[in-house]
Design a binder for this molecule. Sequence first.
Ligand code: NI
Length: 186
Amino acid sequence: MALLDILEYPDPRLRNRAEPITVFDAVLVKRVKDMFETMYAAPGIGLAATQVNVHQRLLVMDVSQDRSAPMVFINPEILERREVGVMEEGCLSVPGYFDDVERAQYVKVRAQDQHGITFERELSGLEAVCLQHEMDHLDGKLFVDYLSLLKRDRVRRKLEKERKDRASRGVSPATTADKAAVGVER
Ligand code: NI
């Protein structure tokens, strides 16, 4: 297992559209393990492959407090969404920033597991919101895209400044505390 580097906004690679997964092999199983390890270490509650610079339609989630509910979604598609509501979100790729986003609070999803088996699942509340947030990543979309241009610009400038400060102090991003502060991916 290995900890993977998480791309941060406004890295242009976060804008890539991920490709469907067609090969279910040991490489994929290892990637899923590494993504869980990276997500738990961050710590976060969801991680899309796009965020670790792998442009395949794969995401992992675990919204439990005790790592007891790991979920893997490969090639996910939403069959049904209902009950629009607002929840505060954060993102491991936008460290230290949280804001309200409106999304369906109930979704029915079809996806494959890491062995290629198709399943359907109904999710509500935080799980539903987290899934939609992670699926956005696979299409090159970030939660800050739902905010006003003004807010988004402010976030981008703040993150760029922090990155510069870290570089001038010689601190690697992985060792800074801001990764710990996330909402939806907490
Ligand atoms: Ni995110």
